[in-house]
Design a protein. Structure first.
Length: 368
């Protein structure tokens, strides 16, 4: 839970950066900006959003005094039957041991193994039950908080929905089997779930991939720092940033989250669609990674240039004869048919400017 709190806290921080840095990030998605307008969210993202909405609806309609991590009568019966059966094995082995005198015989050791196996199965079952109850509460909270990545394989999300009892196949907003999942106890005290006719062990499930707010915050604060530096990004700095991103995306989960969850940093909807269609091909995923890195580097360059240009404009505006401080203008036609452009200032000074600056001044005057 502590890790989840950190993730949620980072998520809230990320939202602050997005809001505070709105002006900074406006032009960051230049490469692929057309894709944002033409493509909607990927199929994987839409399906995970649907699952998230279902959990939120079901949790919202649950009685507030109900412990949804408690076990149903069916689940309790499954555990009771397992415990009774295992105790029977233990008692039978203990009875046979009572009549044996040779503690080194194979028969004696076999019965000892049976008794130890029963004890180990009880310990394992208790640990898995504890893990299951905690996992159910965590999954529900993460869904409510929206901290689970939209890039999770939809089959994994579905399995978690079934395991934790969030089943609403008819779409009426009510659990089809309230808090009751296809729960059974397997050999050795392992919890198993019948999902679409296939037995899935709880211990072998793939945990949900979380939204990588830590990485997204790092990218956003890096962009903000580049903007505030008011300097153009050198070629060396671009190479170093690209290397940093390569290291960041060595984690496939981090790459997936950035593609599916953080379209506000750079455009990624088209990349998410490509990921959906990749069939987990390593070459295709690597191609997506390189395209994402290109966009992030370009975004950093863009924001650096924006800060630099704003600084230069402010410096120019402080000069005594900046065109914005002119009080009047004049065009003079030269003998060769070309034009000369002049601006006049309050103290009578006249300066020669180019056609574009003259047009900018005239446009400013027309608006004032």
């Amino acid at each position: 839970m502590a890790n989840n709190q950190l993730i949620l806290g980072a998520g809230k921080a990320a939202k602050k950066f997005v809001n505070a840095g709105a002006e900074i990030t406006k032009g960051l998605a230049r490469s692929g900006v057309t894709a944002r307008g033409l493509l909607g969210p990927s199929k994987t993202a839409l399906k995970n959003k649907e699952y998230e909405s279902k959990v939120n609806t079901l949790m919202g309609r649950m009685k507030t005094d109900m412990d949804f991590t408690s076990f149903s009568a069916k689940e309790t019966s499954s555990m009771r039957n397992f415990l009774v059966g295992e105790r029977g094995k233990y008692a039978s082995a203990a009875k046979q041991l009572a009549g044996m005198t040779d503690t080194t015989s194979q028969e004696y050791m076999a019965q000892v193994d049976v008794m130890n196996g029963v004890n180990n199965s009880f310990t394992n079952l208790a640990a898995q039950i504890k893990s299951y109850k905690e996992g159910k509460a965590t999954f529900a909270k993460d869904m409510l908080d929206g901290t689970i990545s939209r890039g999770n394989p939809t089959q994994n999300t579905k399995e978690s929905m079934v395991m934790y009892g969030f089943i609403d196949e008819d779409g009426d907003g009510v659990n089809d089997k309230p808090t009751d999942s296809p729960f059974s106890i397997q050999a050795g005290g392992n919890i198993g779930f019948d999902i679409d006719g296939r037995m899935v062990d709880y211990n072998t499930r793939r945990p949900a991939i979380m939204k990588d707010y830590v990485l997204s915050n790092k990218l956003l604060t890096g962009n903000e720092s580049a903007y505030k530096a008011k300097a153009r990004m050198s070629g060396t700095s671009q190479k170093l940033y690209r290397q940093q991103l390569e290291e960041d995306f060595e984690s496939r989960d981090a790459l997936m989250s950035m593609v599916y969850d953080f379209d506000s940093i750079v455009t990624t909807q088209d990349l998410a669609t490509r990921w959906d269609e990749s069939e987990n091909s390593l070459d295709k995923i690597n191609s997506i990674k390189e395209d994402l890195i290109d966009r992030l580097v370009e975004a950093r360059v863009d924001v650096s240039n924006k800060g630099y240009n704003e600084k230069k404009n402010r410096q120019a505006e402080t000069k005594p004869y900046h065109w914005k401080k002119a009080t009047s203008s004049m065009i003079y036609e030269n003998e060769d048919g070309t034009n000369s452009y002049f601006l006049f200032f309050e103290n009578g000074t006249r300066t020669t400017v180019n056609a574009k600056t003259f047009e900018d001044y005239e446009s400013l005057e027309a608006r004032s």
